[in-house]
Design a protein around this ligand. Sequence first.
Ligand code: SF4
Length: 105
Amino acid sequence: MSNTPRTPRPISNHWEWQLHSACRYEDADIFYAPDYVRGKPKVLQERRAKSICRGCPVRQDCLEHALTYHEPYGVWGGLNESERWELINQRRLLRVSVVPQQRAV
Ligand code: SF4
């Protein structure tokens, strides 16, 4: 016997944004440089990926997803892994500097 009423609701809103991505039909390899690709070749590959991201209607959703789940590789939301880590650290610092001020009020 089915127990449908207890089945969790679909969580498609967590990934639905991907259906509208500019990279949906692109080769995923553009966004993930192999480990052995470094220096200028990596920069050029990332530049190609970022040019696709630039016109992407779900860029912010993509970036927030990558920041939330600490996506370790590739270009997401127009940023490569080190740029995303920089943003994560900036947000952490901002939170740390803002929290004490909020408590003082
Ligand atoms: S921002 Fe870039 S990586 Fe993210 S969905 Fe859009 S095109 Fe793809």
